[in-house]
Write a new protein. Structure first.
Length: 332
């Protein structure tokens, strides 16, 4: 049986014919899946073609402090392509401003996420594959064979997963982000692979994320996390977790520009915290997108990522006329 490429996992639908001549910026196809609130456009050639060159990007290794193991691509994506990719993803992806409840001192406390978020992927215990398809020779219209969406199955048995396995319906990574995933795995070149893509949109310098580490048990030991920055430049701060008194370990600071990527790997997450603080100045009112690729090894990762990055709220999309994210309805 012939192997299928990953592109065959998705339903690809050409947009309706237009009387106006197509430009290079017109997406050639869309990724459709029942779990998406709307079809997600594929990358146009003006972005997809230059992106292929990032496979050859050379990083700077930063390992000059205890437990610190970073790859710093400055840049990974050249400036014109980074700008176009930022505008494309902000316009085409569904975003959410998630609200959730935690308990503090035994009392329920509502948390309003200060960023717009979205997530795609599934942990290593499951995978998306095409469902059983009709015999191609029995169908005159071969397009009918490729219209069925990919489905999640158990990685070991390849049987469809139970509908109750996850709290939220997992979503396959759309082609526009999966293309980027393959390129950055090649650029990193250390064998790291990823099964999740988290996207954060910081609307302005007022949006931030406090010091934290991505050391959840569902990521396994010494996880590799690739973080790409697009749009406005923001400071990326790192500091070592509390150590014995008298330690002379210094904090780390990057001015992440559009197109830069930092890969945190090895013992970094177990021993270091990182944050994106609020920002004032000339770029404070400019938006920023952060894309992180990760690998969750157990089902708890899937539940966690969808709970805190999609939740049950309405879908938001970028409105060009308003110049901001606006609610479009259709909660997940």
């Amino acid at each position: 049986m012939a192997k299928r490429t990953i592109d065959s996992f998705y339903k690809r639908v050409s947009p309706p014919q237009s009387k106006k001549p197509k430009t290079e910026e017109t997406p050639l196809s869309f990724t459709h899946h029942p779990s998406y609130p709307h079809p997600i456009a594929a990358l146009p050639p003006s972005i997809a073609n230059p992106l292929a060159s990032i496979r050859d990007a050379q990083p700077k290794t930063i390992a000059n402090q205890p437990h610190l193991d970073l790859l710093y691509f400055h840049p990974l994506i050249p400036s014109p392509t980074a700008r176009d990719l930022f505008q494309f993803l902000r316009r085409e992806l569904p975003f959410y401003r998630v609200q959730y409840t935690i308990r503090r001192g035994g009392q329920p406390t509502q948390i309003n996420n200060p960023r717009f978020t979205t997530v795609f992927g599934i942990d290593a215990t499951s995978q998306f594959i095409p469902p059983t398809r009709p015999d191609a020779t029995a169908i005159a219209d071969t397009d009918a064979i490729t219209t069925a969406p990919s489905i999640p199955v158990d990685t070991k048995t390849h049987n469809p997963i139970s509908p109750t396995k996850y709290q939220y319906t997992p979503r396959p990574i759309p082609e526009c982000l999966d293309t980027l995933r393959h390129h950055i795995e090649a650029a990193i070149g250390d064998g790291s692979t990823y099964n999740f893509c988290l996207v954060n949109y910081y609307a302005s310098g007022n949006d931030s994320i406090s010091y934290h580490s991505d050391d959840e048990r569902f990521l396994g030991a010494n996880p590799s996390i690739a973080s790409i920055s697009l749009g406005a430049q923001r400071d990326f701060l790192m500091r070592h977790k509390p150590t014995q008194a008298g330690s002379n370990q210094q904090p780390v600071k990057f001015g992440l520009a559009s197109g830069d990527m930092v890969v945190m790997r090895g013992e970094t997450q177990a021993n270091w915290l990182h944050s994106i603080p609020k920002r004032k100045g000339s770029e404070a009112q400019m938006g920023r997108i952060n894309i992180t690729f990760r690998k969750a090894v157990v089902s708890g990762g899937t539940d966690n990522y969808y709970t805190y990055n999609v939740g049950k709220g309405p879908v938001c999309r970028w409105d060009e006329r308003e110049g901001k994210m606006c609610q479009s309805g259709g909660g997940t």
